[in-house]
Design a binder for this molecule. Sequence first.
Ligand SMILES: Nc1ncnc2c1ncn2[C@@H]1O[C@H](COP(=O)(O)OP(=O)(O)OP(=O)(O)O)[C@@H](O)[C@H]1O
Length: 906
Amino acid sequence: MNAAGQDVLNTAMLTSEESRATATPMMEQYIEIKANNPGSLLFYRMGDFYELFFEDAVDASRALGITLTKRGQHLGHDIPMCGVPVHASDDYLQRLIALGFRVAVCEQQEDPAEAKKRGSKSVVKRGVVRLVTPGTLTEEKLLSPSETNYLMALARVRGGAEELALAWIDISTGVFRLAETNATRLLADIFRIDPREVIVADNLMQDPELKPAFDVLGRVVVPQPAILFDSASAEGRITRYFAVQTLDGFGSFSRPELAAAAAAIAYVEKTQISERPPLGLPERQSSSSTMFIDAATRGNLELVKTLSGQREGSLLNAIDRTVTGGGARLMAERLMSPLTEVDVIADRQDSVAYFLTDNFLTERLRELLKRAPDMPRALSRLALDRGGPRDLAAIRQGLVTAADAAGLLRGAILPTELATALSDLEMPPPSLEYLLSSMLADELPLLKRDGGFLKEGADEALDEVRALRDQSRRVIAGLQLQYSEETGVKSLKIKHNNVLGYFIEVTANNAGPLTEGDAKARFIHRQSMANAMRFTTTELADLESRIANAAGQALEIELAAFERMRLAVVSEAEAIKKAARALAVMDVAAGLAVLAEEQGYCRPLVDDSRMFAIVAGRHPVVEQALRKQAASPFIANNCDLSPKSGQKGGAIWMLTGPNMGGKSTFLRQNALIAILAQMGSFVPAGSAHIGIVDRLFSRVGASDDLARGRSTFMVEMVETAAILNQAGEKSLVILDEIGRGTATFDGLSIAWATVEHLHEVNRCRSLFATHFHELTALSEKLDRLSNVTMMVKEWQGDVIFLHEVGPGAADRSYGIQVARLAGLPAAVVERARNVLNQLEETDRKNPASQLIDDLPLFQATMRRETPQTAKASAVEDALRKLDLDELTPRQAMDALYELKKQLGKA
Ligand SMILES: Nc1ncnc2c1ncn2[C@@H]1O[C@H](COP(=O)(O)OP(=O)(O)OP(=O)(O)O)[C@@H](O)[C@H]1O
C-alpha cells in the first residue's frame, strides 16, 4: 500500500524477474527504461501525451492535482496512470522540479508506422532523451530570468593541501567555474554560489566532516555514484568534452578541482544524454579574491533574500536597477561575491562613475538594453537542439542591441571595464546578424515544426512552393464556383478536414444534381451525413495532393534553413557569450549609476589599509522603506573603526542604547556598506574610506535551528565561536547582543570575554551592540575600544528615539517604556517598574561594573595558560607514545620509573 492508500506495485516489485516475465511487450519496454532511471519520474511518451504509470502516476497526480486513472492490470494489481499533454509539459515539469522531483523524459524514437512494419505486436522504439533536474534546466519557463541556475559538484581527493573542491556550471548560460575549498568554508562557498543542485559522491554522504553541511543544504544535495568523481580519469573526461589534447592551456588545476569539474561534466552528460551544452572553459576562482562571508552572516544580512525567504526587503531588491535578465544575474552574483582586489573594485567604480557623468547616454543605453533578449539562454537552447525560431530571433535582437550599444559608446574615452566590454560587443561578426535578419519573419511560431518562420524572399525554392500552395487555394475557390454553377447548387462548398482532406459538401436535399446522370461519374461519393453529403472529384484530389506536397516541401525547406541558422549561431557561441556578458556588465554599471544618482550614494575610497571611516552612513534598505512609507527620514550616522595613529589593530565600538533605538540598523548598515563598496558599487554615505575587508562576520538577530536540535542560545554560541576562531586583522565583525539568550550573569560573562578576545586576539574592526551596560567599563582597559550610544530624549515619562549615534554609554535600556508602547498591560508595566527599582538599588551597593577593577585582563589570563596548553611537555609526549597493550608488567614498571625521572628534570 502506498501513502494514498492504494495498492500500487512499487518500483522494486515492478522491476523484479517475475514482473518482467509476465509483462506485455510494451510493459517490458517500460520496465526496462524505468529500471535504468532510478529516482526519477518517468515521462513516457505516447502520442501527444507523456504518460506516467504506477508509483510515478500516484506521486505526480497528487503533486500536480491531475486525475489518476487506471490502465489494465499487471501482476494482479491495477496499473495507475496519469498523463500530461506534450504541448503543456513545460508547465508540469516546472511544478514537479520546484517540488523537488527529477524527471526522465522518454520519447518515441521512430514513427509508429515503422514499428508496425516489424509486425502488428511490435512496440515503438523509445528512449530517455533527457533527465530534467533542478541544476540542469534550460527552458525559459523553468528558469527565472534574474537568477543563475547552477549545478555544483563537490569532490574530495585525499592527499593535497586543500582536499575539497567545487565545480559549478550553469548550462543555461555556459558558465563553468572551479574553486578549492575546505571543510570550514565549505558552506560559505556554497551559499555564495547558491546552486540549485549539489552532486556528491555517495560514499561521502555520511562523512562526519561533511555531513553537517549536507544537513544544512537538505535536498539540494544529490548523491551520485563515486565513479563520477574518480580523479584518475578526470582529466580525460574534461579533455574529451572540450575536444582538446591536454588541459595545459586552461591553467593549472589541483586534483580535487579536476575531480569536481569532471564530475560536473559527467552529470551534464548523464542528464543531457546525447546533447552537449556549449560550456565555457573552466575558470578558476581563488578564494582569496572574494570577501569571505559565512553562511549565517549571509542569511542574517538578508543580501539576496530576507530571513523569511522573500526577495522583497533584501539588499539586492533595494539596489537592483538593471533592465535585463543577464544584468540582474550579474548584479546578484557580484553582491554575493564582493571582491578583495582593490584594482578590480576601482575598475568597476570607474564604470559607475562614467555613467554618472552622462545621464543622457545612460538613459539611451538603458532604453536599448530593455529590448535585449536573454542571448546566453537562447544560445544554450539552440546548441542543445531544444531551441525554436524565437531563440534565433532572440540572438538576432541581441546582436542588434550589441551593435547599437557599441555604436553609442564607440569613440568615447572609456574606463577599463567598459572599454573591454565595448570590444567584446564587437566580437560577433556582422554577417551573423545579417543572415538571421534576412531569413526570419516578423511573427514567429514557438516551434520550428509549425513552419512559417522564414520571411518572403529568404529562400527562392520556398517562395515557389508557397506560391504553388497559395495558387492552389485560389484554384479551389475557383472550382467551388465552377461546381456550384454546373450543378446549380448555390450552397455547394469545398471544405477541408483532417480525415477526408478536401471535399465537396452539399445539403442532403441538394444532393440530386451530383448523384444523377453524367454528374454521377464526375462526383465521387465519399460520405453521407445526417443532413449533408460529401463528394470529391479527380481534379480536387489532384489539387489536394499538390497542396499537401507543397506544405511538406515548404516545411522541409524551412527546417533545413533553421538548421543552417542554428549552426551559424552555434559556431559563434564564444563571441555571442562575450557580447552578452558585455551587455550585462554595462547594464550593471548603468544600473548602479542610476541607483547612486537616485539615492545620493557616494564613491567610497577602497584601499589596502585597515581604515573603516564612514561619514553620514545610511541603511540602504531601511532608508528606502522609510521613504516609501513617507515616514520621518533616515538619520545618517558616522562610524569610525580605523586604527588610530600608532595602533595596529582595528577599533571596537561598543554600542549601547535603548530598545528600538536603532542599534541593529546601525550595525547592519555598516556591514552592508562594506559589501556594496567591495562589489564595486557606490554606497549610502556622505563619504567612506574602507580598507579591504577580507572576511565579514555578523552575529545579529535571534534564530533557532530546532530541526538540527539547536536552541537559540546554542546557535548564537556556535556562530560566535566561528567568529572568534576565524576573524583576523582584516576582518569586520558585527555582534549584536551576544549573551542575551541565557541567564544575565552567564550572558554578561560571555559577552565580556568575547569583547576581550576580539580586542586582544582577533584585533579586527568590530561593532558590538549590547544591553549589558556593565561592559562599557571595559573601555578603561582596552585602548582601542570606544563607547557609543544611540541617543534618546526623555519627555514627560516617554522616550523619544533620535536614532543618532553619539559618544558615551547608555545607563539604561528604557525596556519598560518600550514595553508600555507595545501595549503591555498597565499593571505589568507598573510591577516591572517596581522590580527594576529594587534591582537597581541592589546593584548600586555592589555594581557589576566594579568587576573591571577586580578582574585581570584577558590577555594576562591567556598568557598564563598558553605555555601549558600550547606545547606539550616531554613527559606528556613520552606518555602519549606508550602503547599500553603491548607492554609486559615489567616494561610498564620501567616506563613508570622513566617518566618519574623525566618529571624530576622538568
Ligand atoms: N538611523 C535611523 N533613522 C531613522 N529611523 C531609524 C534609524 N535606525 C533605526 N530606525 C527605526 O527604528 C526601528 C528600530 O531599529 P532597530 O531594530 O535597529 O533598534 P534596536 O536598537 O536594535 O532595537 P532592539 O534593541 O529592541 O533590538 C527600525 O525599524 C527603524 O524603522
